[in-house]
Ligand binder design. Structure first.
Ligand SMILES: Cc1ncc(C[n+]2csc(CCOP(=O)(O)OP(=O)(O)O)c2C)c(N)n1
Ligand SMILES: [Mg+2]
Length: 244
């Protein structure tokens, strides 16, 4: 393959302009994510949550991602070290995170397993709270609770049409998880995020962290225009496919 590539590259020279433009855009993007990851407030900015996670999860943890804006924010703000990521790339199925985390734990009992889910995705698989208890699985579920099917809300917003059916009526996930025998937590401010996540990761059994999350629309650097999430999700897929 390489000789073939070399053959076709004859006569081409590296475009320094193009390389420096790419570097500049990359640096600007990193700066923006850094800023976003430090956003203060409550409900908490999703980037801030993902940055708190990348500071607290083990460097060789397994991450199971659900489907929604939560996936996009994770892709954008989680600075992966040696973690392995699983997600529903082809079907993009909501409700994937919790069962995927349970499976990962059964296969790799020695690994820390964390799933990042949306409130909508979690609602689809609530019965599995009991499965995790039955098998005493040491997993941590982190819920980005924005009280909406945010990815759908974003698309409707970008299209400028009427928003119907994207608001969620959620149970109190902490009480529900506790009723199922889980340890459950809810940070009361963004300052508490890291300490609450650390506590949840150390419980030794199923733990859920319900995080009141701001309804943010992922935007590109030029704030005038938003990325349609379909494209953002496609990018997540391309980045993560190498990690499975
Ligand atoms: C089973 C299933 N139903 C519907 C969809 C379409 N869909 C993709 S993302 C999304 C909203 C996800 O909401 P939530 O889990 O709360 O995550 P958020 O976008 O709010 O982070 C929907 C309805 C899907 N991917 N899978
Ligand atoms: Mg949601």
């Amino acid at each position: 393959m390489l000789p073939l590539l070399n053959e076709h590259l004859e006569g081409f020279s590296r475009s320094e302009d193009w390389v420096s433009r790419c570097q500049e855009v990359k640096e600007r993007w990193a700066r923006k994510n850094e800023e976003e990851g430090n956003t203060e407030g409550y409900p908490v900015h999703p980037s801030r949550i993902i940055r708190a996670l990348d500071k607290t999860v083990a460097s060789d943890a397994i991450l199971a991602l659900d489907t929604g804006d939560n996936t996009v924010w994770t892709n954008r703000n989680f600075r992966q070290t040696n973690q392995k990521t699983v997600f529903s790339g082809y079907w993009r199925t909501m409700g994937f995170g919790l069962p995927a985390a349970m499976t990962a734990k059964l296969i790799h009992p020695d690994k820390q397993v964390v799933t990042i889910v949306g409130d909508g995705g979690l609602q689809m698989v609530l019965a599995d709270l009991m499965t995790a208890i039955r098998y005493r699985l040491d997993i941590t579920v982190v819920v980005l609770n924005n009280e909406s099917l945010q990815m759908e809300k974003d698309k409707i917003d970008v299209m400028g049409t009427k928003d119907i059916g994207t608001d969620l009526t959620n149970p109190d996930f902490v009480k529900l998880a506790e009723a199922c025998g889980w340890k459950a937590f809810r940070p009361e401010s963004d300052d508490e995020l890291e300490s609450v996540l650390e506590e949840a990761l150390q419980t030794g059994g199923p733990a859920l962290v319900d995080i009141p999350t701001a309804q943010e629309l992922p935007r590109r650097q030029n704030k005038e225009k938003e990325y349609p999430n379909r494209i953002l999700f496609g990018c997540s897929f391309l980045v993560h496919i190498n990690t499975i």
